[in-house]
Every structure is written in structure tokens, then in C-alpha cells.
Design a protein around this ligand. Structure first.
Ligand code: AMP
Length: 383
């Protein structure tokens, strides 16, 4: 069993090939660690481009898995839809942070919501349904509006539908084409926030200030950090994240997405067992960024100071903005701003709704950063 504090020169295995892995690898390099990516994407994934090595194979390919195990000293993940048996095989040989159990809870809405309820973490009332009859009962009990979400493989609004009453439930169930789903009460929220936090192998815990998230077409569009909420709510959100991380016996960077209900109550919407899109501003606005936190905790080191030194706004750049799949927009409006930072993920081809990059804007206050970010968005043709 490979264990203990990772020494520079040793290798961190990253499961997944996306931009979150790419940004984590940058931090690993800064500290002298080697990295090996395992992804089922073709060679040259965003993370693979910057890693010391990349294995491109199915998560069910035993030979590839054995090679990965031989070459890495510890493992972390950059997305959650990883087959459990793959992580279980890794866990037999070395530390996997976060654990297979934590990843499996977060990758499936049914398991996640059931776990939240069992651990008395406030979340929207819900029912698990396996057929149209159960769906009808759930809708009758929860009332409308409500939202149906597939249990597995849901993100960025995929596999979910709002029900306002009067729908043909048979058609809704058919269109979902999933064996199980979660039906959730609709939350009348005034704001969506997230708390990105990190927990070390020894249980030490830090969290970034909660940030405010604005979605467009179910995808994160803008993050405002810190969130424009009262200090008491900030404390409550941080405490909630700490309780969740502790109950999960978590190690690594974790994101907790929450709704702020109109009456001020916080309800947890989703957990992400990895750095999160709403934590990208931490690269430019916090003492220790969310990827450095992941790297430190996975390597057996304590998490760093999570203070935010400057208010910031993060804007996602989706493929829709690209004039052609391989032609970049003119970034002048971002580049000429003295406090804007452009991050691009090295994706070879732009597609609608695909996350291609982001920019972070620092300001004297969250509102000032937001005003400047909106001005840049207008110049880029995003508003
Ligand atoms: P999810 O994929 O669960 O994160 O949902 C994507 C987005 O849909 C959320 O960020 C919310 O804006 C909205 N949403 C999801 N569930 C609910 C709910 N129960 N009530 C109100 N809005 C929701």
C-alpha cells in the first residue's frame, strides 16, 4: 500500500481529462510533483496536454488500470462519473482522495439526496421514482412546480425537467429514458450560492467565502465572489459545508451548491467531489486556490489559507462565443483590462454549451467587478 506524505518527484494520478485536471496539474507542477492522467477521452485531452503522461483507455480496461496503478503514488479525480469498480481497484493499492464512497455518493442524485436526508442536511423535499405510477404519486405528494432529475449522469441541467402541472406524465417518464429518477420540490430561491472547501487527511478544514452563482440555460454563467449575503448566512453556509465534509470523511476539494430560499433558509442542492467551476476565481483572488488545496490535501499536506484577498467575478466562456469551431474570438476586451485574467482550456474544437475557458475580473467590490465584467461581456457580444 502506497501511503504517507507525497514527496516532490512522486506522481499524482488524475482520473479524468478535463479542464479541472488541467488546472490541478498546473499546481502540481508548481510544487514539483509528477502527474499522470487516466481518461477515456482521446489523446491530447485538456489535462493530458499538460501532464507528464496520459493513459487513454476505458475505465474497464484492466491492463491500462494496472499500468496506472504501477506508475502513480496517490490518486485524485477531476470529475465524478467514474465507475465505482475502477476506483475500488485503485483503493486496494493506494490512497484515493476523495474516496470511492464519497465519489459514488456525489455521482448519483438518488444516493446524494438520500445521504443528505440521512445526515439531516437541509435539502428540498424529494421522492425517488422508478416508473410512471411512482412519478404520479410523487408529483401529487410534492405538488407543482417540481423538477424531475435522472438519478445518474446529470450535470449542467442534463436529464432534468420542470413540471408545472398538467403534463402528460407518461410522456415525461418516456422522455427521461432512465431507470430511476428523483422528483424534487421546486425551491423558491433568491440566490444560488456555493461553498468550495478543502479537508485534509487529518480532518483539518478550510472553506472559501461563499460565492454567488448565476446560471444561464442550466450552465454556470457568472460567479460573484464573495456572495452578497449577510455575515450570519456566510457563517451558516461555511458550517454546513464543514458538516458535510466531516460526515463524508472527505479528503480533497469539495463544492457544496446551495439555494438561499426566500425566507433565508439554506438548502443544499448538489455536491461536487472535486474543484468546481464556481471556484475558478480562487486562482486570482484567494491566498491558496482550490486546485492547490486539492493538491495539498491529496498529497497529505494541510490545506492552505482560504482567505479571499480581492473581490472577483468569474465569467464562463462557452463554445457558443466562438465564430467557428477552431477560430477564437478576439480577446482584446479581456486582455486590455488591467485586472482581468483570461484562462483557456486548450480544447481543440468549440461546440455549443462546451466550457472553453473563463475570465476572472478583480475589483474593489463585488459590484464593481461585476460592472466591469458586464462591460467586457457586452464588448464580446455576450450580453
Ligand atoms: P442541478 O443540475 O441539480 O444543479 O440543477 C441545475 C439548476 O436548475 C440549478 O442550479 C437551479 O438553477 C435549477 N434547479 C435545480 N433544482 C431545482 C429546484 N429543486 N428548485 C428550483 N430550481 C432548481
Amino acid at each position: 500500500m502506497k501511503k504517507g506524505i507525497l514527496q516532490p518527484g512522486q506522481t499524482i494520478g488524475i482520473v479524468g481529462g478535463g479542464q479541472l485536471g488541467r488546472m490541478a496539474i498546473r499546481e502540481a507542477r508548481r510544487s514539483g510533483y509528477r502527474t499522470l492522467v487516466f481518461t477515456d477521452e482521446p489523446p491530447g485531452s485538456p489535462a493530458g496536454q499538460v501532464a507528464d503522461g496520459e493513459i487513454n483507455a476505458s475505465y474497464f480496461d484492466e491492463d491500462a488500470r494496472i499500468k496506472f496503478i504501477r506508475e502513480v503514488d496517490v490518486v485524485t479525480v477531476e470529475f465524478e462519473n467514474i465507475p465505482g469498480p475502477f476506483l475500488a481497484a485503485l483503493e486496494e493499492k493506494m490512497g484515493v482522495h476523495p474516496s470511492r464512497t464519497a465519489v459514488e455518493i456525489c455521482q448519483n442524485r438518488e444516493r446524494e439526496k438520500t445521504w443528505l436526508k440521512k445526515n439531516k442536511i437541509p435539502c428540498a423535499d424529494f421522492r425517488v421514482v422508478k416508473n410512471v405510477e411512482e412519478l404520479a404519486v410523487a408529483v401529487a405528494e410534492l405538488g407543482t412546480p417540481c423538477v424531475i432529475k435522472t438519478a445518474a449522469f446529470g450535470y449542467d441541467g442534463k436529464g432534468q425537467q420542470k413540471l408545472t402541472g398538467g403534463e402528460n406524465l407518461s410522456a415525461v417518464w418516456e422522455s427521461l429514458s432512465a431507470p430511476r429518477a428523483v422528483v424534487e420540490q421546486w425551491v423558491d430561491f433568491v440566490m444560488e450560492i456555493s461553498v468550495v472547501c478543502a479537508r485534509g487527511q487529518d480532518g483539518s478544514f478550510v472553506h472559501f467565502p461563499p460565492c454567488e452563482n448565476i446560471h444561464a440555460r442550466h450552465i454556470l454563467d457568472i460567479t460573484i465572489a464573495p456572495a452578497r449575503i449577510e455575515p450570519a448566512l456566510t457563517d451558516e453556509a461555511g458550517k454546513l459545508a464543514e458538516n458535510i465534509a466531516a460526515a463524508l470523511k472527505y479528503c480533497g476539494t469539495l463544492a457544496v451548491e446551495m439555494f438561499v430560499r426566500r425566507d433565508g433558509k439554506l438548502l443544499v442542492n448538489e455536491l461536487a467531489p472535486r474543484p468546481h467551476n464556481s471556484g475558478h476565481h480562487t486562482i486570482n483572488a484567494c491566498v491558496t486556490n482550490q486546485f492547490q488545496q486539492q493538491l495539498r490535501t491529496v498529497a497529505g499536506l494541510p490545506p492552505g489559507d482560504a482567505r479571499q484577498h480581492t473581490p472577483a467575478v468569474m465569467v464562463n466562456l462557452l463554445g457558443d462565443l466562438w465564430p467557428a469551431p477552431d477560430k477564437h474570438p478576439d480577446w482584446t476586451p479581456v486582455l486590455r483590462h488591467p485586472r482581468a485574467f483570461l484562462h483557456l482550456y486548450g480544447k481543440k474544437s468549440a461546440r455549443e454549451r462546451r466550457k472553453m475557458g473563463h475570465f476572472t475580473l478583480l475589483g474593489e467590490t463585488p459590484d464593481a467587478a461585476l460592472a466591469d465584467a458586464r462591460a467586457i461581456r457586452r464588448e464580446l457580444g455576450m450580453e
